[in-house]
Design a protein around this ligand. Structure first.
Ligand code: NAD
Length: 395
């Protein structure tokens, strides 16, 4: 039975970052990685952005194999025995470990119809499938108006495809952006050729005469309509992959609960990335973050802690995106349901949005404003209450 000083479950960005962290401290210890995908770890953000704008696919690889790791790919860890410090995979192999990292990520939510005709866009394989279809087909349904929907619709339109984007909210990215920015984006996408259908529930998708028929229901009028497309891609959120941890008796609540050292209910078991639910002191709340920066920073911290460093993880969430020729960076808690203060120097084209909770700035959106992330972090870390009207011009 293979034994590793460090065993990593998951083959994504968090896993790779953790191995980098381990190797910064321990160059000798044995490291094993069990990953369900058949490829070694790669960067996910280019799949919905850079690769559609000419970035070379050769540049996505993280070269994990160069760090002295036993990669066990195309395998899923199916059982964790905490007392024996042993993991079994779906191909009948068992492994023992000294330290374990659960970096199992998430699985896309699926619609109850459409089957394999819908591409739930998350992996390199999904990218290849959509890319191949975009060479043959013309008209694409894009279901969901969040991160994947907004990026994939822009990628398809930029590549000369018809994208029909349907989602239940009032505007693109409505869970993140204040209402006027979200509505501005509806128009902005339309000007670039995307058919934007806000306020719509997708209630059916079926194949007929070689085409896909998508049925929508208008959220306010209840009226139904059917649109014919050649292919469908969806980003309707993910569910954290907690089954392995839950079956082993580890604490699970919207992800795997970790302490500030990133230990998951057992001193030798850590969790990180999309699957980990952690406490952030500046935000004074627990959260689970599904972005690249969190995978990198949390993975690195978990790896270093597994190798003996033992420091807390207090990093504020950060993410970014490009939407056609617009772009943004976001720090902290950027939920449009919070009180927001928008500071537009040129309405909707450039500006800063502050997100407040309990009289403190909890998040900052930098909309086509650059090099202010550190200042935003400092503002969020300030412990004293802030008057919303003093925020304009602050960054
Ligand atoms: N730039 C980035 O940081 C970036 C880019 C891509 C993906 N991601 C991550 O990937 C993950 C997946 O992204 P996502 O876009 O799937 O999730 P999301 O939560 O960002 O968006 C989900 C969207 O789907 C809509 N939706 C839900 N049910 C629906 C239904 N039945 N019919 C139509 N629409 C429906 C929601 O209302 C919302 O608009 C997220 O965790 C995200 O953070 C991040």
């Amino acid at each position: 039975m293979p034994h590793y000083d460090y065993l990593i479950i998951g083959g994504g960005m968090t896993a790779d970052a953790a191995i980098r962290g381990i190797r910064e401290i321990d160059t000798e210890g044995s490291v094993g990685l069990i990953g369900a995908e058949t490829q070694p770890p790669y960067n996910r953000p280019p799949l919905s952005k850079g690769l559609w704008k000419g970035k070379s696919i050769d540049r996505i690889w993280r070269k994990t194999e160069e760090r002295g790791v036993d990669l066990r790919l195309g395998r899923t860890a199916s059982r964790l025995d905490l007392a024996a410090k042993r993991v079994a995979d779906d191909q009948g192999t068992s492994y023992t470990f000294n330290k374990l990292l659960l970096a199992t990520g998430g699985t896309p939510r699926r619609l109850p119809f459409g089957g394999d005709d819908v591409i739930y866009f998350r992996t390199l394989e999904d990218y290849h499938r959509l890319r191949a279809l975009s060479g043959e087909k013309r008209r694409f349904a894009v279901i969901g108006g969040g991160f994947i929907g907004s990026e994939v619709a822009a990628a398809l339109a930029t590549n000369g495809k018809e994208a029909i984007m349907a989602f239940p909210e009032e505007g693109v990215g409505a869970r993140l952006f204040p209402r006027d920015l979200s509505l501005f984006l509806n128009d902005y996408y339309r000007q670039r050729g995307v058919e934007v259908l806000p306020g719509q529930q997708v209630i059916d998708l079926r194949r007929e005469d070689g085409r896909l028929l998508m049925t929508l229901r208008d959220g306010s009028t209840g009226q139904e309509s059917t649109i014919a497309v050649d292919a469908a891609v969806a980003g309707i959120g993910i569910e954290p992959n907690v089954a392995l941890a839950e079956d082993a008796g580890l604490p699970v609540e919207n992800g795997i609960l970790v302490n500030e050292r990133l230990q998951a209910g057992s001193p030798d078991v850590y969790a990180g990335g999309d699957v980990a639910n952690f406490y952030n002191p500046a935000l004074d709340r627990r959260l689970r973050v599904e972005h690249e920066d969190n995978a990198n920073t949390m993975g690195m911290r978990a790896g270093r802690n597994m190798a003996g460093e033992d420091l807390p993880y207090h990093h504020l969430p950060f993410f970014y995106s490009d939407l056609f020729d617009l772009g943004y960076e976001a720090v902290g808690e950027t939920d449009s349901r919070l009180e927001t203060v928008a500071d537009w120097s040129e309405p909707n084209r450039q500006g800063v949005v502050y997100y407040l909770r309990d009289a403190r700035v909890r998040g900052v959106l930098l909309w086509n404003v650059w090099e202010k992330v550190d200042a935003a972090r400092e503002l969020i870390a300030q412990p004293s209450p802030i008057e919303p009207q003093t925020l304009k011009g602050r960054l």
